[in-house]
Design a protein around this ligand. Sequence first.
Ligand code: MGD
Ligand code: MGD
Ligand code: SF4
Ligand code: MO
Length: 692
Amino acid sequence: MSDTAHAGETKVVKTDCALCVHCCGLNAHVRDGRLVKVEGMAEHPISQGGLCPKGEKLVPWVYSPDRVKYPMKRKDGEWQRISWDEALDTIGDKLKGIKQKYGAHALAVWTGSVGVENIDVAYLLQRFRGAYGTPNFLCVESICYRSRIMARQMTFGRYPVEEPEKSNCVILWGHNPTESNWIMARDIERQLEKGAKLIVIDPRRIPLARKGIHLQPRLGTDLAIALAMVNVIIAEKLYDAEFVDKWTTGFEKLREHVKSYTPEKAEEISGVPASDIRKVARIYATTKHSCIAQGTGSLDQQIAGFQNSRVFSILQAITGNIDVPGGWVTTPLLPTTDMRVPVDEAPIGADKYPLFYSFWKKTSPYGQGMELSDTILSEKPYPIKALIVAGGNPMLTMPDNKKFRQALKKLDLLVVADPFWTDTAEVADIVLPSCTFLEKTTIGGYPYGLMHGTSYVILRKKVIEPVDEAWPDTKILCELGRHMGMGEYFPWQSEEEIVDYFLKASPVTLKDLQKNPSGMYFGRKEYGVYEKIGFNTPSKKIELYSETLEKAGYDPLPVHVEPSQSPVSSPALAREYPLMLTTGARILQYIHTQLRSMPEMRSKFPDPLMEINPATAQKYNISDGELVLLETVKGSVKVKARVTEDIIQQTVSIAHGWSQSSADVLTGLEGRDPITGYPELRALLCRIKKVY
Ligand SMILES: Nc1nc2c(c(=O)[nH]1)N[C@H]1C(S)=C(S)[C@@H](COP(=O)(O)OP(=O)(O)OC[C@H]3O[C@@H](n4cnc5c(=O)[nH]c(N)nc54)[C@H](O)[C@@H]3O)O[C@H]1N2
Ligand SMILES: Nc1nc2c(c(=O)[nH]1)N[C@H]1C(S)=C(S)[C@@H](COP(=O)(O)OP(=O)(O)OC[C@H]3O[C@@H](n4cnc5c(=O)[nH]c(N)nc54)[C@H](O)[C@@H]3O)O[C@H]1N2
Ligand code: SF4
Ligand SMILES: [Mo]
């Protein structure tokens, strides 16, 4: 087998998988222009030859009958095939008219989980919005990941990442890597074999919970437990006094603040025995090289989600587990060309959530996307009339699906660019066929050190020619820009030229990447790096107490806040809706709304399930496998009961992303984290009844 192949021969292309954030290394086998097989790339430093079940099925995925084959336009309620030229002309004319009538801010661009992973989508969309002149770049960071990044940046002045592969003690806090991050699950298993300790804090008994100490809190009460752990660690002098003294500010205030958060108080709030809280605090603080691996959504998508991330930062800091092996470690990021075109106006949500938009004079590119449906519907502060969605399926993944649908229907123009037909495409005016990552060239790996703390990049290579009439997102946006007379912003004629431009500001060149087909490191983690560079906060220290938060009117130290719906915060509502619901636990076979129609995946996980404890199920006369109507104040869905001891009583758990039983029919936009604007998806009141 070789890299260049003749007819009938197999060529192997080294690339990585962009189906999800983990970016596993791939050997893609191509024969006669067709992808025929994929395997894990043995030399990839993170995935080390492994793939999850989704990655193993990339062949049927890329050739799925559900691909969008050509541009489609809705005419008189019917979908019609149109040419690319007609699609771009129609969109261009409409966008020009909207700008003239309502101003540029009447366009919003949106990207979902894929936009974050695929730099080409995120950057070109931002370039397009700047060229057009709208501030409204909205993305899944309104709901995912940005919260923890902000919290760590505000505490440390940078973003250190957990390093479980070297930890002697890992706390899996609201995170089930067996389903959502197989690489971390593998690393933890390896460390357990070497004698590491594991603590799991999750209302569900996840598979790894059987291998460690398991605390099962009531939903949304994690902050109380974490603050009680700080209390124990300080009261029992288990903190790293030298590190705290030299490198942190606000410790005395923290000491005072946590005095009232005794383990007994946390027990009252969370249901976790005080003795267990003491025990895990002691293990975590006295085992050197410990890390908290927090859930991404589970703890962010809460009323106090930002403060959850803050308290974990505080725990890592006071135990001296920053920039040490197995703690939280800072990874160098790849400097790249800023492809954005500046827009002076602030995006929607910047006024309500000022820190989400900007702090320490660093402005983020994001508006708060949770404001979108209300802005479209109320036309306040101004009308939004057009939306371009690329790399997301917000119709199913954004809270309050019903309201989101109403908002999308009110638009003058909704364009969806996606390789697959989606629920969002279903309500669009124009649907454009995007290439999958296997049909385009871009940057892969971990240029921003967000996942797996590794400074490693790879050229994500075009493995096969575009399927049917699909175009890479970069081409879609460049061509649209040119059609609209904005060609000066889109001078590139190929994907390689874009990669080259993107890397201009970096020490890595396109040639380097071509010479290193399996990828390359561009930097190494440096332990103890603060000895050299300190911390890039206003005080130059780790800010346990945050004056930035205080000045902006928020709690400078984390305070436990009850979920906005709970038997404690809303007892009247709880009489009508007596159970607690968490939505969005991940399923190994799926990514959000994706892959549901693939028989290879569906056969392994055919139905939307609701996990429920046998004692609770019995009260409602519900048996395993029976159909249940699950209701919240927002709406109802039908799901199948999975009766299991693996979840605490009075609590049910469902996944999101199912078209017919969408979890986001049940969620709303009313309960929001006051700092980030993130919605509450993980702790809601609900009721159930058996469907006869
Ligand atoms: N297979 C697959 N993997 C994925 C994804 C996918 O769609 N599919 N999505 C990716 C993305 S974008 C993200 S954001 C991450 C999300 O990842 P996470 O949100 O971290 O999801 P999980 O890893 O499933 O972990 C969630 C766990 O938190 C628990 N939990 C729920 N509510 C609470 C609570 O109030 N307190 C505590 N302590 N625990 C709680 C649940 O029981 C569950 O076991 O996953 C990523 N990985
Ligand atoms: N209730 C509840 N709701 C949730 C969550 C939850 O836990 N509970 N989790 C939230 C979180 S953390 C996230 S990240 C979001 C995810 O929400 P979304 O990002 O909206 O969900 P996906 O289904 O991943 O949508 C990605 C889309 O991109 C398409 N795509 C794939 N490759 C490409 C490409 O190269 N180009 C283009 N243009 N498109 C491509 C896919 O076909 C798919 O339709 O869901 C959120 N919603
Ligand atoms: S975890 Fe699976 S889907 Fe995600 S990148 Fe790796 S192989 Fe692809
Ligand atoms: Mo996410």
